[in-house]
Design a protein around this ligand. Structure first.
Ligand code: ZN
Length: 246
């Protein structure tokens, strides 16, 4: 039985939903993020706000939410030339992958997360990677996750489970998952509360825009991350007959 988890928590919609799921499932949950000089480094402030709002609004989860860790990964910015680490346009590369793909990023994140989980005695590593509505990132694939789980478990001689709650669902279903988790959190009208927390405080936009506010949250509205978030939110609202959370 797994009771402890480390969540890769960037402060976006997906990782916040994963954190909520971990808090509803495991007894002790820690969080980790990486500063790799991302253009949208505003997410590093957003995530602290999300953590404090979760503690304030969801008391049953607050008691399970343990330490937060921020690791410096400037070396990733030194080795990669991508739209997330340099001021270059979002486009498709000759490889067929978007220019936002940072080679090795998730592999490094998982390796460092496992090293930290080893020290902190955490059994499960939770990550919001997804194969369904994704941008074609090969390091978000289920096969990659299974291979990493095996490599990390063998290489550290400790059985790690990599938990990927969003792997087979789309963005509309991710909003619904957040709502369902909030409903079961023990907080009155917790579903709407968690969705509203995600809308207001999480950060997804690749450009780091916290100026423009939309029904689905803050962002430029036109980068690939904003488009995916906006489309998912619109589809989710349709399933609710157009009724926005109160
Ligand atoms: Zn954007």
């Amino acid at each position: 039985m797994h009771t402890t988890a480390l969540v890769l928590f960037s402060g976006g919609q997906d990782s916040t939903t994963c954190l909520a799921q971990a808090l509803s499932k495991y007894q002790r949950v820690e969080t980790i993020a990486f500063d790799y000089r991302q253009r949208h480094s505003v997410e590093l402030q957003a995530r602290l706000k999300v953590l404090s709002e979760i503690r304030a609004q969801f008391p049953q989860w607050a008691s399970r939410l343990d330490e937060d860790h921020l690791l410096d990964l400037a070396v990733l910015g030194q080795v990669s030339e991508t739209s997330l680490t340099r001021d270059t346009a979002f486009k498709m590369e000759a490889s067929g992958l978007p220019s936002t793909f940072v080679p090795g990023r998730n592999l490094l994140f998982l390796t460092l997360a496992a090293a930290l989980a080893y020290r902190r005695d955490l059994q499960v590593i939770v990550t919001g990677v997804c194969e369904t509505d994704f941008s074609g990132y090969p390091d978000c694939r289920d096969d990659t996750m299974k291979a990493m789980q095996l490599a990390l478990s063998l290489g550290m001689d400790r059985h790690f489970l990599i938990d990927t709650p969003l792997m087979w669902i789309d963005k509309a279903a991710t909003w619904q998952m957040a709502h369902d988790l909030g409903e079961r959190s023990g907080v009155d009208r917790g579903g709407d509360a968690l969705v509203n927390l995600i809308i207001e405080h999480t950060h997804t936009c690749y450009l780091g825009d916290r100026v423009h506010r939309h029904a689905w949250g803050w962002g430029c509205g036109s980068c690939p991350a904003c488009e995916l978030r906006a489309r998912g939110y619109a589809r989710w609202l349709e399933t609710r007959g157009g009724i926005a959370p109160a």
